[in-house]
Design a protein around this ligand. Structure first.
Ligand code: GLN
Length: 263
């Protein structure tokens, strides 16, 4: 199959940018047979990141597999937001809940060279990938990964807590692209009826894993800012900010333990 034929196959499969994707797959295929196989997989809507086994995030390359969500550019909003809040004094410890590929934790640790992190995920397969990504990008044992159900049972406190939990609503789940719902882990997408069940679980334990001066930065889905704020406030937290992504959509919520006013 030559390049033009490949692009035509992708176009016929309804791929948005067939020539660009055919080019990427061609450049990464060792030989013609592999290229043909890649095109066949993409035409069946498998994401390019899974075909190649990697995806860039925060200018770092991450190993991915169908055991982890593919890092999205929108999630860089969380990294940017955290960097802004800790400009004066970097956090020493970072907790990433539902770490997946560990892209958030590793991006943050690559910025703050003296910080250490803990990444938790319910999926043992995700934890294996997270560990390999950390070994690749971080010197020494700066990140530890464990299988755990959100923050349940943790006996430590952290300066910064980040999370990109599943937040897709039951309704949105039905209309997701086949590229997403057909290949990415449902457990990383499905947030229950209103998409906020995982946030409720996280919020329930958040105060017990935050340092008194700590901060939480959590990714949100479409139109979730108000209901997410309510959940966090009801769990005894103070919401500081809703950060928007480059598309102007509410993307992350920033919360802390309320500071007692000295008056
Ligand atoms: N942003 C992802 C999507 O739209 C969802 C990720 C998530 O639920 N955390 O597919």
């Amino acid at each position: 199959m030559n390049f033009n034929e490949a692009a035509a196959v992708l176009a016929a499969a309804g791929i948005d940018e067939p020539r660009r994707e055919a080019r990427i797959l061609e450049r990464n295929a060792a030989d013609a047979a592999t290229f043909a196989k890649y095109i066949e997989r993409r035409a069946a809507r498998e994401p390019v990141a899974y075909i190649l086994g990697r995806k860039e995030f925060w200018s770092l390359e991450f190993e991915v597999s169908p055991a982890v969500l593919i890092p999205r550019p929108e999630s860089e909003t969380l990294v940017e937001t955290a960097l802004k809040y800790f400009k004066e004094k970097p956090p020493r410890t970072i907790l990433d809940l539902g770490t997946g590929s560990a892209c958030l934790l590793i991006a943050l640790l690559s910025e703050w060279r003296s910080a250490t992190g803990l990444g938790l995920d319910i999926s043992p397969q995700a934890i294996e990938i997270a560990r390999r990504n950390a070994a690749r990008h971080l010197q020494g044992a700066r990140a530890v990964f464990r299988v755990n159900d959100w923050a349940q049972g943790l006996g430590e406190r952290f300066d910064l807590i980040v999370s990109n939990p599943p937040y897709i609503t039951a309704r949105e789940l039905l209309s997701l692209d086949r590229d997403v719902i057909g290949f990415e882990p449902k457990g990383a997408l499905d947030g229950g009826e209103d998409g906020l069940d995982p946030l409720r679980r996280i919020a329930a334990d958040l105060r017990t894993v935050m340092q008194p001066e700590g901060l939480a930065v959590i990714e949100l889905g479409i139109d979730q800012a108000a209901s997410a704020s309510r959940i966090l406030v009801n769990s005894g937290l103070e919401v500081l900010h809703i950060a928007k992504d480059l598309g102007g959509r509410d993307r992350a919520i920033v919360a802390r333990v309320p500071h007692r006013t000295l008056a």
